[in-house]
Ligand binder design. Structure first.
Ligand code: GLN
Length: 480
């Protein structure tokens, strides 16, 4: 089979070819390694594991032939470089961890490996997941495969670009405020942020622990459902992972949308939303209505507080989580220092990038004695109000449909000097993290410049099944 023929295929299709013997894992891995090499200019990968991937392909191939392949046999996957893989670097896109090698696997990684996935490399990202464009990386910006002058979104931009450019069958990203869904939308692939607690965070380097989740980036909704089935579940290493059964996400996935109630929040269709994105989402709503769903306007009244609430809570948590990088314990240490306090100061000053420093300062400020009540405490209260908005809607609706991002991919450099503009690109994704619910972005057409648009489906905590069902229906109707 020629290399080009695999472009755009999801894992479900590839799996079919592997099991029919029309393709071997070895061919598959060579194909992706060639693609990674040919598309180096995208800067999607920080590290690539050709030898490991090849020897694993050999092993998995044998298992498939013997009828003993796991649920992800032959899934070639790229991992955001903020998840720990044993004996590999986990840089987090930062100078401060640029040489740090992990002594253990994240739980999500173990689970992939137990099911015979093949890890091909680690993807580029905004430093510690802080950003919306994948430009805040010590390893340079990632480019959007649809237009190399544009950003791929962020912070999991390397993962989204890798899947969109067929450099892997799927990827893992992480999402604290939209970092799986927004880059998926901007690159034209599927991205899922699971409900908080659905997937273990063990081995995910913490940005904001009460918001972070690991999520799949895939070519299809069914691939997302399959990956979630594998990585979900309780983990003794993470007390915030939920002790709930992982349902069979495939039981109802092809049932269509007839009889479902779907809401679209009026607060998500106001100024700032591009006309072309709005039209695409309206088209998606029409498709759902034609499929027999009841589609109605709803209200999430505290939406306007989401960005400010997030940037208080996320920065507060980040300032605490990042305190551990001090030059003594992990990674980078500044040269030529004799005093202990200078070592801390210089290692952190030289090791962290601009955006990370901005957030540490903001987070330290909102947690400081004089301001804690006014900012941090208040933001916690507003977070509860945002969550209640969703609870109320989910009493009556099975899903909320929104745009994933206000615009399609913007130009590299366009928002770099204006952090507030950058923060606004997550305006539709951030509330889900604050509320702990899940969200999935799926492609829903392109704008007049041929740039992908994503529609976001938000669903109740731990009810990913309904979201997959709606996503599957939309994907088929859109012919993605
Ligand atoms: N863009 C948001 C931020 O910069 C969200 C990032 C994320 O989800 N990791 O914080």
């Amino acid at each position: 089979m020629s290399i080009g023929n695999l472009d755009g295929l999801d894992y479900h299709s590839i799996r079919g070819l592997l099991y029919k013997g029309e393709l071997s894992c070895n061919d598959l891995v060579e194909n992706y390694l060639n693609q990674i090499d040919a598309k180096k200019d995208l800067n999607a990968f920080i590290s690539v594991f050709p030898e490991k991937a090849r020897s694993r392909a050999e092993e998995v191939n044998k298992k498939i032939r013997a009828g003993k392949g796991g649920r992800l046999a032959g899934l070639v996957i790229a991992i955001k470089d903020i998840l720990a893989i044993k004996n590999e670097k986990v840089t987090c896109g930062s100078r401060i961890l640029s040489n740090f090698v992990s002594p253990f696997n994240a739980t999500a990684i173990d689970k992939l490996l137990w099911e015979d996935a093949i890890i091909i490399g680690k993807t580029n990202l905004d430093e510690f997941g802080m950003g919306s464009s994948s430009e805040n990386s010590y390893f340079g910006p990632v480019k959007n495969p649809n237009d190399r002058n544009r950003v791929p979104g962020g912070s999991s931009g390397g993962s989204a670009a890798a899947v969109a450019a067929s450099m892997a069958s799927a990827a893992l990203g992480t999402d604290t405020g939209g970092s799986v869904r927004q880059p998926a939308a901007m690159c034209g692939v599927v991205g899922l942020k699971p409900s908080y607690g659905r997937v273990s965070r063990y081995g995910l380097v913490a940005f904001a622990s009460s918001l972070d989740q690991v999520g799949p980036i895939t070519r299809s909704v069914k691939d997302a459902a399959l990956l979630l089935s594998v990585i979900a579940g309780h983990d003794d290493h993470d007390s915030t992972s939920a002790a709930l059964e992982v349902p069979d996400y495939f039981a109802n996935i092809d049932r269509g949308v007839a009889g479902l109630s779907i809401g679209y929040p009026r607060e998500y269709f106001t100024e700032g939303l591009s006309a072309e994105v709005r039209e695409s989402i309206q088209r998606a709503l029409k498709i759902l209505e034609n499929g027999g769903a009841k589609v109605e306007e709803i209200s999430l009244p505290h939406t306007e507080c989401a960005i400010s609430t997030y940037y208080i809570l996320a920065t507060a948590e980040a300032s605490a989580n990042l305190a551990r990088y001090d030059g003594a314990h992990y990674g980078f240490r500044a040269d030529g220092i004799t005093e202990l306090s200078d070592m801390y100061e210089q290692s952190r000053s030289q090791g962290f990038g601009e955006e990370v420093k901005r957030r540490i300062m903001l987070g330290t400020y909102v947690l400081s004695a004089g301001y804690y009540e006014a900012y941090y405490r208040k933001a916690q209260k507003v977070r509860t109000l945002i969550k209640r908005d969703f609870d109320k809607v989910f009493d009556r609706y099975g899903c909320i449909v929104t745009p994933t991002a206000p615009t399609t991919a913007f130009k590299i450099g366009e928002k770099l000097d204006d952090p507030l503009q950058m923060y606004l690109s997550d305006i539709y994704t951030i509330s889900a993290n604050l509320a702990g619910i899940h969200g999935m972005s799926i492609p829903c057409g392109k704008d007049s410049e041929n740039l992908p648009i994503g529609v976001q489906l938000l669903g109740q905590s731990f009810n990913e099944s309904t979201t997959f069902r709606i996503g599957q229906y939309l994907q088929e109707e859109f012919g993605n």
